[in-house]
Design a protein around this ligand. Structure first.
Ligand SMILES: [Zn+2]
Length: 252
């Protein structure tokens, strides 16, 4: 692995390298990073595009669904001619067109327990862009087991939420601490209640920003649930606490 940036990389990423909190070392860290993005829908599209553009060296993108005409209102990587094609497959093609320097690995199915273990132990961070609550609990469980940071995002209607779980920090609450029982976790999704596209961009932007900060060694905030209300334009932060009796991350 080259320990310095090429001239081409210096130029391509110059606008973020000039930031003191990123710099050349941060760019090298991004180049070395491996990120798993689960779900290539309304959140996974902009998250993967931002991370590809930022020069994250290896992206694993997972989705078992095909592009549907109803996706085009918000899943901005896809075009009319992509309808009927697997989202991870066609997504990878577009990301490589955008940045041919990076590696994009396609997982053309939704993760089950075995696949989650296999991929999560290979990556530096997992980004949850799924709207499937069972998959979200699975990612949380495996990330806690493997001590891999997890960036959760969700959006419906005009509302969004975002949370970082960092099991490397023993004080970090996990998703199950927040929603101990799946019945209480938000199960609405864009199929059942609808979604306005730009709310996904806002939440996905937050997820991408957290990933870039985390990978470049900048501080991230754990135990903080960020909720966005697209009607009042307000973000609100709620403090979380790790639950000692949590069946996933607790001591017992
Ligand atoms: Zn927990």
């Amino acid at each position: 692995m080259l320990l310095m940036l090429s001239q081409h990389e210096q130029l391509r990423y110059s606008r973020q390298i000039m930031l003191k909190k990123i710099g050349e070392n941060g760019q090298l860290a991004l180049r070395d990073a491996k990120v798993l993005i689960v779900g290539m829908g309304g959140l996974g599209n902009p998250v993967s595009l931002y991370l590809a553009a930022a020069g994250v060296g290896t992206l694993f993108i997972a989705d078992g669904d095909n592009v549907d005409i109803t996706n085009l209102q918000r899943q901005i990587l896809f075009t009319e001619s992509d309808v009927g094609t697997n989202k991870a497959d066609i997504g990878a093609e577009k990301l490589q067109q955008h940045n041919s320097d990076i590696t994009v690995e396609v997982i053309d199915e939704m993760l089950d327990t075995e696949l989650a273990h296999y991929y999560i132990e290979q990556v530096d961070v997992v980004i949850d862009c799924t709207d499937n609550i069972a998959t979200r609990y699975l990612l949380n469980q495996v990330c806690v087991d493997k001590k891999t940071p997890l960036i959760v995002g969700a959006a419906t209607g005009f509302d969004g939420q975002q949370l970082v779980v960092d099991p490397r920090d023993p004080e970090s609450a996990c998703y199950q601490c927040l929603f101990p029982a799946s019945e209480k976790a938000p199960t609405n999704n864009c199929q059942t209640v609808g979604i306005v596209g730009p709310v996904l961009a806002i939440v996905a932007g937050m997820q991408s920003l957290q990933a870039i900060k985390l990978l470049t060694g900048n501080a991230i905030h754990i135990n903080q649930l960020n909720m966005f209300d697209g009607l009042s334009n307000q973000w609100q932060q709620f403090s979380l606490k790790k639950q000692p009796d949590c069946p996933v991350c607790g001591d017992c």
